[in-house]
Design a protein around this ligand. Structure first.
Ligand code: GLA
Length: 732
């Protein structure tokens, strides 16, 4: 049993393989947090301390002045009960009065993992997970809150969510609802956040959690390039292979807020949930509201352990569908090869190249529909521009399929250009505030996906294209942030951004059901919506519009803390690079791209025969190791923003094989050798380099490292594939 309830002490203990989470209902009915850390038995109530502290109020009925919610660790702290730290729940009743008083009502322990209405969530079988549902209630207000905990024991994952129901007779307006809280009674922590911008997403920022709050989030209506909905709290000395760390990852693709607050008693509150700006959700009697899920994990053995837990969880318990476990096609995408300047012949020519070079699929990117010849017009008009292509979609697709290739297309279903038939027909389908200046971005507007008729209308158009074109792959793009929040049909504009995300998920869920074999790759100007919510529908996401191999090393390094490499869309592109002009060897561009869901983004027709041969070798190499790339444990071996060599490795779960890759970011005359210390190898064993035949001790590779060959010229790269010795003996 992963979830235990000690009825006398009203104590809940949640065990995973290596971790324990504990909480209890106290004498007054408040749900207090006790512990989240290394697996442990016993009662952790001893961690609570009580004292008469000035200006920390005592709730009515408390035995004396030593009891205050202002310093007690809690599971779901609310506004208005004397806790002045940042609350998880803020609301107003029908008279506009703030605050509520939530006390324990009951609980249920269930087999399996709870699901959430209309929202993505971690899924697991009845054997893999258990659910704890604790109900708290404010009797006067008529508000029930069901706190949901999912425990995935083998994966060392605990998930949280909450369902709020108005079972009273009056309206309530929710003004802030967070999904998860971790209150630490002691500790001196660093906060790790993943910040960035278009073309440079998810750079790691590590700063001390000082007094006051450290808040990151997105008010863009999507999870954003700027901050990722994934935060880590770690001891100051935690590194890749040692130390304590805790993470929260939001399974949601809209605005979010992640907060770490160190209080007056040096205690730390860590929380994650919805962005509370432009949020005022009306909860009428009989209605409920679901807070999106947060995935939490703890590792006592550094970031590598934490990332390993999250990678496995996302791969096996978030991603779904035919391509969940691998078999992803190697693709050639038309964007950097032709941008908007193509016709059917260009795509067929690319398909010919793809075939000749051993790839599996050709993708026709932006520009095939409506009057879409640049990025000023056409979004919303999801019918093929036969005049431009010179043929029908069915014909084009048929010829590509006839070559033995798969066929993919680009779409941006949530958007509309003013210069489009759709906008002329349905101007009220766009999010625009009547009478106020609109904000355009890339000359486009966002469609109001909070309205069912809008979602239905676009769904029909996209399905018609998919059916006609026999499409195998869809690149689902989203190329601006939301600014004007107004829906023509909403009963409160404060719910529009949340309902928008629900509309998006509804669309994606219907696609998932109707086209079980369709591979969808998420995208938002590259990695502007790279989150666990999207990964429930799209098992890979275009990681960045920046395809420069050297920048990608940093982007993918940051991304890897929270997300598996199987989710990272990565392509080899031309040199000099289209975004920054940097020149890098073809082999290095491959090294950076092979890390993820792999493909090419270039016109191969101008390449020399030597380069073409190299590409053929790359594709063969990638396919040979595809299972290891997809399912292997991924290790960050150096930090590319600090080390001369960026290095990483994949090790199969059973430790039998490992693939090490490195890119030299600096070059100097008479340069010192770079040693890369490996991780994840089977201790005490030996590994053989499959190419050179050299045999290495796993312990020595881990302790002293592997010297990289001294390379001449800029941005050289190195790969080696190691096989553990004695496998034959194992097999006998
Ligand atoms: C976004 C994507 C690119 C490309 C263009 C097309 O920027 O991230 O990969 O698809 O749109 O307009």
């Amino acid at each position: 049993m992963a979830i235990l309830f000690q009825s006398e002490q009203k104590r809940f203990t949640l065990h995973t393989k290596h971790t324990t989470y504990q909480m209890k209902v106290d004498a007054y009915g408040f749900l207090l947090h006790l512990y989240y850390g290394k697996k442990s038995d016993g009662d952790m109530s001893y961690l609570l301390t009580y004292a008469d502290r000035g200006f920390s109020g005592n709730p009515e009925g408390a035995a004396d002045r030593t009891y205050s919610l202002d310093f007690l660790p809690q599971e779901f702290p609310v506004q208005g009960m004397g806790d002045y730290r940042s609350p998880l729940l803020c609301l107003r009743n029908a008279e506009g009065v703030y605050g509520c008083d939530l006390r324990y009502k009951g609980h249920e322990i269930r087999r399996g993992k709870y699901g959430l209405k209309g929202l993505p969530a971690v899924y697991a079988s009845e054997e893999e997970a258990e659910t704890l549902a604790v109900t708290l209630k404010d009797e006067k207000l008529g508000l029930s809150v069901e706190l949901l905990y999912g425990v995935l024991s083998e994966s060392d994952i605990i998930t949280r969510s909450a369902v709020l129901s108005n079972d009273g007779g009056r309206d309530i307006v929710l003004e802030k609802v967070q999904s998860a809280c971790l209150d630490f009674v002691s500790g001196d922590f660093d906060v790790l956040t993943f910040y960035g911008k278009h073309m440079m997403e998810r750079s790691l920022d590590r700063s001390p959690a000082g007094h006051g709050a450290r808040v990151v989030g997105s008010r863009r209506g999507t999870s954003s390039h700027e901050y990722n909905p994934f935060l880590i709290l770690a001891d100051r000395d935690t590194g890749e292979t040692h130390g304590r760390c805790w993470s929260m990852q939001f399974v949601y693709s809209g605005g979010f807020k992640g907060e770490v607050e160190k209080d007056q008693y040096d205690q730390t509150r860590f929380q994650m949930g919805l962005m509370d700006e432009m949020f005022a959700y009306p909860l009428a009697p009989g209605e409920d509201f679901t807070a999106p899920e947060v995935i939490m994990s703890y590792s006592g053995e550094g970031f590598a352990g934490l990332s390993g837990n999250l990678h496995r969880c996302i791969r096996k318990h978030v991603c779904r569908g035919k391509y969940r476990d691998g078999g992803r096609p190697v693709l050639l995408n038309s964007w950097e090869a032709a941008y908007f300047a193509f016709d059917g012949k260009t795509i067929l020519k690319l398909a010919g190249e793809a075939k000749e070079l051993g790839m599996d699929m050709v993708v026709m990117d932006d520009g095939w529909f409506g009057e879409r010849n640049d990025d000023h017009a056409g979004l919303g008009d999801w019918h093929v521009n036969e005049k431009k292509l010179g043929c029908s979609l069915r014909e084009l697709s048929g010829r590509i399929h006839g070559m033995g290739l798969k066929f993919g297309i680009w779409v941006e279903p949530e958007m509309v250009n003013e210069n489009s038939e759709l906008f002329r027909e349905h101007p009220d389908w766009a999010l625009l505030v009547p009478g106020r200046a609109k904000v355009l971005s890339r000359d486009q507007l966002v469609l109001d996906f909070s309205r069912k008729e809008v979602v239905d209308g676009i769904f029909r158009k996209i399905c018609a294209v998919l059916d006609d074109g026999m499409v195998d792959y869809l690149k689902w793009d989203y190329n601006r942030s939301i600014a004007n929040v107004y829906s023509h049909t909403a009963n409160n504009q404060g719910r529009v951004l949340y309902d928008y995300v629900l509309g998006l998920y509804d669309f994606l869920e219907r696609l998932h059901e109707k086209y079980p074999d369709l591979l969808i790759e998420g995208c938002s100007g590259g990695g502007g919506r790279f989150d666990a919510g999207m990964l429930y529908y799209t098992p890979q996401i275009w990681c960045s519009d920046n395809t420069d191999a050297i920048d990608r090393l940093r982007i993918q390094y940051g991304t890897s803390f929270g997300y598996p490499m199987s989710a990272v869309g990565a392509h080899v592109s031309a040199s000099p690079n289209e975004q920054c002009g940097r020149r890098t060897p073809l082999q290095t561009r491959f090294a950076a791209a092979m890390t993820g869901a792999f493909g090419y983004e270039m016109d191969p027709s101008g390449l020399s025969e030597e380069e073409r041969e190299e590409i053929r070798r790359q594709v063969t190499y990638w396919k040979k190791h595809a299972a290891l790339f997809h399912n292997g444990d991924y290790y960050r071996l150096t930090d590319p923003s600090e080390a001369a060599a960026a290095a990483w490795a994949y090790v199969s779960e059973d430790g039998k094989e490992a693939l090490v890759a490195a890119v030299l970011q600096e070059v100097h005359g008479n340069m010192a050798a770079q040693y890369i210390r490996l991780q994840g190898l089977t201790p005490g064993s030996f590994y053989q380099d499959s190419e050179s035949g050299q045999i290495y001790s796993a312990n020595a590779l881990t302790d002293m490292g592997l010297p990289l060959p001294v390379m001449f010229g800029e941005y050289g790269s190195y790969q080696c594939y190691l096989v553990r010795l004695g496998e034959e003996a194992d097999g006998k």
